[in-house]
Design a protein around this ligand. Structure first.
Ligand code: ADP
Length: 577
């Protein structure tokens, strides 16, 4: 049975009422019995005092037969047993028996007490009349001396009769009181439990989603106040729900109309939500509840999901799926332990990039041979006057620039291509640098620059592509020479924590701070006219950065205008390219 609040309150009341009723019956009975015995004893004592003068007179006159008749006569009238006992315990008179046949009463408790001069009372079984009786013994004094006992006794059966009537009456009264109390407590319990039940029912309805539930309780006190608070709470919740629903609708609208596919996965990889774009991408209308790998069996996608779950950080990765390329971005939702992944299709961009790259490679290839041929023919022209020679020099310089651009473009295309596999040779960086410095010796001398090297001896060889690495260092040293007019160029190497550090610094024109983040971009030059004058293509540093990247190294630049520039390169010693 459900322990409802009504049952709890009513049960509590009923239990208390029943216990109190039972205790009242038990204790009132015992108390009444004692009280009644005391009253009867007192009455018997008073009666004894009334009979005492007659008894004493007959005893003094030694008229024992008259005393016995007197006891029998009075005893019958007042319905009380009367016994007279002498100092030896001999029965001199008895209203209910023949004193001759009665045994000695010397040791009866009420008699013993009366012998001492005080009234003795006892309730016990009478061996003479074979019944339980109430005895009161009064000392009989002749000339101040106790010379016998007048004993009055009542049959207990009569007392019991009276008691059972009293008990029946008091039990009936108590039962009526219990019934009335139970009825009152029933009404009281209903009165308390009814509003609580109404509140409970309302709370259950609210919990099951019914938001406009109201409870109206009349009167004052805690429960009507509670009902009022409940009503304002449901009002507030309903407002919040409306707001949330509106927001949810808005969000769903955004999610369904966005161009990107979107999917939410739980920590085990099951799909919780997928927008329409995602569904059409995986060609399934109800992927919810299924695992993502049932639709996307792709190592790149698996990798991004695993990594986001493990690192709890945003991850971005290109994913190839169904002949298309997507830029996937995965975000971890801390509070729900879920991940949200968006699919931005970049197939067209990647195709365009490929077309652009192919175009650059094709054009560069096509231009290389005619340019080399033009330069060759230009160099054979002789016998020109001063002005014509100046024009010819300009033509040769620009052809050189074009050849350099074509060369750099081909190199960039090569290292950026997916098929590019750098060699894994043992490369001694110090040796490479010494070879390069020899190439630039002439130029350095011409510009009257100081040249210093500080190469650490016995630095370990690194694994890499020696041609690529040489190309990278040539570009950096070439820049140092190109952009320095006075002062010195310094090259140093050091072995630091399983890395080789190469520092190339100059005291040249320097690079303004705001230009530094862009110098590694393709075709980016700080000062166009100066770059053109020194034969720059704007591709050198982007080649440098690419080569360092494929060798898993890093490059840093520090520069200040008119003070100089320092490039710091770090390459891992056991690099596996
Ligand atoms: P470029 O062929 O024009 O030198 P780079 O890609 O090698 O192209 O360099 C990009 C730009 O960075 C250069 O145009 C130049 O402005 C600047 N730069 C590179 N190295 C240095 C340097 N050592 N000192 C000053 N400026 C430099």
């Amino acid at each position: 049975m459900r322990r409802t609040i009504f049952l709890r309150i009513f049960g509590g009341y009923a239990l208390i009422i029943l216990i109190l009723g039972l205790l009242t019956i038990i204790f009132s009975h015992a108390f009444e019995k004692r009280f009644h015995i005391e009253t009867l004893s007192q009455e018997l004592e008073d009666l004894g005092h009334t009979l005492e003068p007659n008894v004493l007179q007959l005893m003094e006159e030694n008229r024992m037969d008259a005393l016995d008749s007197y006891a029998k006569q009075i005893g019958e009238k007042i319905n009380t047993r009367i016994t007279v006992i002498d100092l030896e315990g001999k029965v001199l008179a008895d209203s209910d028996s023949n004193p001759e046949t009665m045994e000695n009463h010397r040791y009866r408790p009420e008699i013993i007490k009366a012998y001492t001069g005080v009234t003795g009372t006892s309730v016990r079984f009478s061996r003479t009349v074979k019944e339980k009786m109430l005895y009161v013994g009064l000392p009989l004094r002749i000339k101040g001396e106790v010379s016998g006992v007048l004993r009055l006794s009542l049959y207990f059966e009569r007392i019991n009769d009276w008691f059972s009537r009293l008990r029946t009456n008091s039990a009936a009264i108590i039962l009526v009181l219990i019934t009335l109390s139970l009825f009152a407590s029933y009404l009281l319990s209903k009165n308390i439990s009814k509003p609580i039940k109404r509140l409970k029912d309302a709370a259950q309805k609210t919990a099951s989603g019914e938001m406009n539930v109201q409870v109206l309780l009349k009167g004052k006190g805690e429960l009507p106040e509670l009902a009022e608070s409940f009503n304002s709470m449901t009002d507030r919740i309903s407002q919040l729900f409306d707001g949330l629903n509106a927001q949810k609708e808005q969000l769903m609208c955004i999610l369904q109309t966005m161009e990107e596919g979107l999917v939410t996965l739980d920590s085990k990889g099951a799909i919780i939500f997928g927008n329409d774009q995602f569904k059409s991408m995986i060609k399934n209308n109800s992927p919810e509840g299924k695992f993502y790998w049932e639709f996307i069996r792709n190592p790149e996608f698996k990798n991004i999901v695993t990594q986001t779950n493990a690192e709890h950080k945003t991850q971005t990765q290109e994913v190839h799926y169904d002949d298309k390329v997507y830029l996937c971005s995965a975000n971890y939702l801390e509070t729900r332990n879920e991940i949200v992944i968006t699919f931005h299709e970049i197939t067209q961009e990647r195709n365009l990039e490929k077309i652009k790259k192919d175009f650059v490679v094709n054009v560069s290839h096509e231009l290389r041979t005619p340019l080399t041929s033009i330069k060759g023919y230009l160099e054979t022209i002789e016998g020109l006057d001063e002005v014509q020679q100046k024009y010819l020099d300009t033509a040769i310089r620009n052809t050189d620039r074009l050849i350099n651009i074509v060369k750099d473009l081909l190199l960039i295309s090569e290292i950026e291509s997916d098929e590019f596999e750098p060699k894994q040779e043992s490369v001694d960086i110090n040796e490479l640098l010494l070879r390069i410095t020899r190439i630039f010796q002439q130029k350095i001398k011409q510009k009257k620059l100081e040249f210093q090297t500080a190469l650490q001896k016995n630095i370990p060889e690194i694994k890499g592509d020696s041609f690529e690495l040489e190309q990278m260092l040539i570009n950096l040293v070439d820049n140092a020479v190109k952009y320095t007019e006075k002062g010195a160029i310094e090259i140093s190497t050091k072995n630091i924590n399983s890395h080789i550090e190469i520092v190339i610094s100059d005291t040249g024109i320097g690079i303004p701070e705001q230009e530094l983040p862009r110098i590694f971009e393709r075709f980016y030059v700080v000062d166009k006219s100066r770059s053109r004058k020194v034969g720059g293509t704007g591709l050198g540093l982007s080649i440098v950065k690419h080569i360092i990247q494929v060798h898993q190294g890093s490059i840093k630049v520090e520069s200040a205008p008119e003070e100089g520039t320092t490039f710091i390169i770090r390459l891992p010693v056991k690099s596996k390219v």
